[in-house]
Design a protein. Sequence first.
Length: 340
Amino acid sequence: MSVHQDPDDDLAAVASKPAEISRFVVEAAMHAPSVLNTQPWWFSSAEGQISVHADLDRRLDVADPPGREMMISCGAALFTARVALRNLSFVPKVSVLPDPDLPNLVARIGYGPQQVAPADYERDLYAEIPRRRTHRGGFDPAPLPDSVISLLRSEAAKEGATLAVMTDEASLGALAGAVQAGEYALRLDAGRSREQAKWAPPPGSRRRSGVPASAYPANPDQTEPSFPGRDYPHGQGWGSPAADASGVPRSVGLVCILTTKTDRQEDWIYAGQALQRVLLAAGSHGVAAALHTQPLEVAELRSFIAAFLSDGQYPQMVMRLGSTEETAVSVRRSLDEVLL
């Protein structure tokens, strides 16, 4: 692109060619978060339509046999594709699980000739897509402004989900205990440990999926209460050096649970859309997110969280939100590998 060329002219050129639209949208959708960065999706396209498919070969068969986390991941990719279409001024029309005979067809996204310029907040969401990274540590001590918390709760509600904030010490401690129990259960389960190790390549690996050593700290931050991350290095000493070696506990951040009223396959997809909407909106306000799925992979712990910490709704993600200067390096598969 010429330095004198208007970026809007480039977008208009893309929007005039169906093949370029598909590549533009899918390239954005590939940046969505996914469990263990499995990227369990592929995409297909036709004129005026892009489809999101679940890739069963990338499902976690031990940790996620129903495919709940896989569908949440695909839902996040679906929302990201919606944002990318809006950045091209298209108005996406989404059909979730449109064909009962194709259970792995997550959604079809249609778009027609009608164009409406994106609002400023939609442009802000799009700008965050390539910058968003999952944080795996503690946060700076400054609390989030009430206005930002209110915004993030409303963003989740737009996708049919609830962002429940843990405000009292008892609830926060109980949820921390559930995360700890979930992580210990994972470490004691040989099958799950092997499955996780499969998605944690060693330093220097050229793999474009999984959680690389550049994406987590070699020495995890201590927070109070403790919300342990996954043990990706598994005693190998992998990971990036700590930005703060003082050993002083860092802030746990704002702890939340993303929930849905029911727990059907479509709810998991809606939860994924809500998750990505919250993450992108948070990023546009300088807020990073740490995600904890360990307790939700243990049926008893998930039931406990539903009964006592989320008003009987179904927990789909445990999140911590806060400010940090730390950055992580992630990886993504090539566009040609996922756009078929």
